[in-house]
Design a protein around this ligand. Sequence first.
Ligand SMILES: Cc1ncc(COP(=O)(O)O)c(C=O)c1O
Length: 392
Amino acid sequence: MANTDKPTTRPANPRFSSGPCAKRPGWSLQALEDAALGRSHRAKIGKTKLQKAIDDTAAILGVPADYRVGIVPASDTGAVEMAMWSLLGERPVDMVAWESFGSGWVTDAVKQLRLTDARVFEAGYGEIVDFTTLDFDHDVVFTWNGTTSGVRLPNGDAIPADRKGLTICDATSAAFAQDLPWDKLDVVTFSWQKVMGGEAAHGMLILSPRAVERLLTYKPAWPLPKIFRLTSGGKLIEGIFKGETINTPSMLCVEDYLDALAWGQRIGGLPALKQRADDNLAVIERFVEANDWIGFLAVDKATRSNTSVCLQFTDASVVALPKDAQEAFAKGVASMLEKEGVALDVGAYRDAPPGLRIWAGATVEASDLEALMPWIAYAFAQQKATLAQAAA
Ligand SMILES: Cc1ncc(COP(=O)(O)O)c(C=O)c1O
């Protein structure tokens, strides 16, 4: 049974949203003082900053030297759409999804691009698709970390190194928190707004040499708007990978991303960033282990996300409720946490099963999660009491 006492300690930072995610510890607007505001992004100062954003990203993530790293418009969505529209159609594609964002990419391939040679592999919330059932001589599109289900791919072992197709990976809630096996990935996308706590609107597009080769040798049957175009006159638009963005970026957001990357480097780079997310997940795991009324949505521990941690209420009296009442219960818990100022934006994603989704990426402090856990127990107990009263 949950502890009903009202906790006395509040998290110093109640921001546990899954995107935009919490700023790095110690962040303030002062960190953006050197932003190249009111200057052209094509001027030396702007281009140097954009190039540094690319270089620091590659250095922290350990991107192989022969991969291209570019900054593209429209956040992670822009980067994924750009890749799908530019690369797919050359061969059959296996579209893989186990939650809402992956399902969105399936819809785009099947209903918008209308690829007739598309196979769809889907798993329900909490589950994952078995990658050994995919054909990697097809192109394969998937999301590494399902942000709305808290289920991630544990590794890329099932992806053959000698595949003929391209692997297109939406890694927006995995990059900087989880290992990405570069030799298994041909396209990797993410947004600044996730693990590094940057701003949205700009996307990162990372291409393997084989992805570049495809761009140079294959022209899709459909027209491509300027915002999606990666080639011109049969050549790669190299500028995209050197800080010459397709259209105008926000130099304020660029400065903020540079600040986030500098913080990442200061604390020890990728190993330290991953460790912070792992330590954060461990706080939640200890809490879940100690309480039998709450559980992870991820069925298999190996697939449990260390960034978007999705929880559900497993208490028998909650599980017995009709779906809409379960939703109301979970929303009640989330809104009490918000009202108390201890956790903002932690309700489950609108399409996901009812529950809580707590961001545990690198910018979140373990001490804040420690402080939050008793509040979840408190809010749960309060909500259950309301339930009992209603039934009486
Ligand atoms: C897995 C995944 N893909 C795509 C998106 C869309 O990202 P953005 O809004 O940065 O384009 C999100 C946002 O949460 C996401 O979690």
